[in-house]
Design a protein around this ligand. Structure first.
Ligand SMILES: [Zn+2]
Ligand SMILES: [Zn+2]
Length: 194
């Protein structure tokens, strides 16, 4: 998957108040995937985005420390679909979803919403497809090995270098999320899985 021309790539929320960039290293080591899972869709609906159905959500799986907010970090806000759900980060100025992370910085994973990137041509082709609908209502993953290999490589690098501690999402001292999560109630959640 040689993306030798990887370069720093700007992103922004819908209104532009929060903007930043993904480092060249983040683009280089990221895995471009699409995800058909019900949670990814539910989050898009919660944030008032167009319903992705029947299509997937376009995601760059990457190291969270390679996401850098240049302006408007005060708009960074947090939602969880359920108490144990992934952290779904968004910009509260316009409700644009930005990225999904694990609940602890010690597992440095981010799924960056590709729609936030005005020119995604440098991300390379989509490799893994997650939760692809199959006949009979089942879902399966395609080319999962690309996502698995990318994740393993990134985790080792973050852990060995200690770079996992420096992300826009967690306080480097306390390792707590920088925003308080809005956690959806059962009924709020139910409305998003129809
Ligand atoms: Zn905004
Ligand atoms: Zn998903």
């Amino acid at each position: 998957m040689g993306r030798r021309m990887a370069k720093e790539t700007p992103f922004s929320c819908s209104c532009g108040a929060l903007h930043g960039h993904i480092t060249a290293a983040g683009i280089q080591s990221g895995t471009h995937v699409v995800c058909f899972c019900h949670d990814c869709r539910a989050a898009q609906l919660y944030f008032g985005q167009p319903d992705p159905l029947p299509g997937p959500v376009d995601i760059l799986q990457m190291s969270p420390e390679e996401i850098q907010i240049d302006d408007g970090a005060e708009h960074l806000a947090l939602m969880q679909l359920s108490p144990k759900g992934m952290l779904r980060w968004y910009a509260d100025c316009c409700k644009a979803p930005l990225a999904t992370t694990s609940r602890t910085p010690k597992f440095p994973f981010a799924g960056f919403i590709v729609k936030r990137i005005s020119d995604p041509s440098g991300l390379g082709p989509i490799t893994t497809q997650g939760f692809v609908p199959q006949p009979g209502g089942k879902q399966s993953h395609e080319k999962l090995r690309y996502a698995a290999a990318g994740l393993a490589t990134r985790l080792v690098k973050s852990w060995v270098s200690g770079s996992w501690k420096n992300t826009p999402f967690f306080d480097p001292e306390t390792q707590k999320p920088v925003a308080t999560a809005t956690i959806l109630s059962k009924s709020e959640r139910a409305a998003l899985y129809v």
